[in-house]
Design a protein around this ligand. Sequence first.
Ligand code: SAM
Length: 205
Amino acid sequence: MRENTSLDKEYWEQRYRQNQTQWDAGQITPPLKAYVDQLTQKSIRILVPGGGNGHEAEYLHQNGFSNVYLLDFAAEPLRQFQERVPSFPAQHLLHQDFFELTEQPFDLVLEQTFFCALPREVRPSYARQMFQLLKPGGKLVGVLFSEEFEQEGPPFGGSPFEYQAYFEPYFQFRTFEPCTNSHPRRQGRELFMVLERRERPQFIA
Ligand SMILES: C[S@@+](CC[C@H](N)C(=O)[O-])C[C@H]1O[C@@H](n2cnc3c(N)ncnc32)[C@H](O)[C@@H]1O
């Protein structure tokens, strides 16, 4: 992807308008599908932030999950999603900045190439915002790249060690390991995480 310094709404809107969406897997990716497929409670509140074309939200919706929210600050993918999945409740499409979201807390947040799209300096804020958006015991689940990239991002890579520092104060690590069922293009390059929100943040003095 080309070098970019301002990863604002306009940057992403333009990527969608120009069909430069190489990150888009075209459907829910295998690790998220496997996780979702073993969930039994279909009424839990689920957020898919930076969800773009919304393949995870569509899959959840088509599989009977009734309380799914798709968030993105770019309008174009949400507009296309509404056309593609007209039965998805319009009020569950959140056209806004993730960092400004103050919704009722969620049981589950799904991460799929959102974290890696953000400027590196907001990573600590991402972890804090996830803590604020989840109920105690709620889960942040998804995939993170486990390597650095040669080219300037997005996507921006990182290491498990780096990520742990952001999430440790807010989450207990239930799973945080090399992903074994990645999308073929991402094999050997991802971590799968299931992080459980702590009751309150724990900072080591
Ligand atoms: C690399 S794309 C990934 C989209 C989708 N998760 C997927 O895997 O196809 C990153 C998405 O995050 C959105 N995004 C970036 N920063 C955001 C923010 N601060 N608030 C809401 N959405 C944001 C972009 O508009 C874009 O749709």
